[in-house]
Design a protein. Structure first.
Length: 210
DNA sequence: GCGACAG
DNA sequence: ATCTTGTCGC
């Protein structure tokens, strides 16, 4: 797949994104997705499912793969998607929400990793990035405070303070959720700056790299 | 033309 | 992404 084809694929799938939640959406099981890289082209995709109420781990999957697509800003998903999809397919049961390590609608073509994974699985998804793709004014320093993440004149996500006085994370809608709900779910998962889903998937992946 | 650019 | 434990500071 060439970068040109990747862009065309994003534009083809972009209209399928549903930026709102089903009326009765209940999130009981939340999955965290993350990919770790070795020195060569090997990588490990990890998915950890947590009970949203207790934050207890209820399922884990690790998949080894290869980075066959280069890291290109805006096309980041094409690097991690193959292995992540394989891992998701090995879960005992589909989760109610996917928490991705990267952007959702906060993307140059409004189709970041979280949107892509959401559309391919048709599961609700949110993107939680550690650095912004857009501009924002720093939110208040208390946990839960937030401000708009703006790109190209539109609000594409939110800078969310998940912990008192710590750098915010950047939340954007992936698929089948709205921004308010996305932020509420992310905040609920945060004990430290990053969601527990992301932290556990990250450590699981790293452990398997050795 | 120059800079910016998720992980 | 990755290099990386203890340590300084509020």
């Amino acid at each position: 797949m060439t970068p040109e084809e990747a862009v065309a694929e994003q534009e083809r799938l972009r209209p399928l994104v549903v930026p709102r939640a089903d009326p009765g959406l209940v999130v009981r099981r939340v999955a965290g997705l993350d990919v770790s890289y070795a020195d060569d082209d090997r990588l490990v995709a990890a998915v950890v499912v947590l009970d949203a109420a207790t934050l207890e781990t209820v399922d884990e999957v690790v998949v080894a793969g290869r980075a066959d697509f280069p890291y290109v800003p805006g096309l980041f998903a094409f690097r991690e998607l193959p292995s992540l999809m394989t891992a998701l397919g090995e879960l005992a049961a589909p989760p109610d929400l996917l928490v991705c390590d990267g952007q959702g609608l906060a993307h140059p073509r409004r189709f970041g990793l979280a949107c892509h994974v959401g559309v391919l699985t048709d599961l609700p998804s949110v993107g939680v990035a550690k650095t912004p793709m857009g501009r924002f004014t720093p939110p208040g320093s208390a946990r839960g405070e937030h401000s708009d993440l703006v790109d190209g004149g539109e609000v594409v996500g939110r800078a969310l303070r998940t912990r008192e006085g710590v750098k915010p994370v950047f939340v954007s809608v992936g698929h089948r959720v709205d921004l308010d709900r996305a932020c509420a779910e992310v905040l609920r998962l945060c004990v430290t700056r990053l969601p527990e889903t992301t932290r556990r998937a990250d450590s699981l992946g790293r452990a398997h790299l050795r």
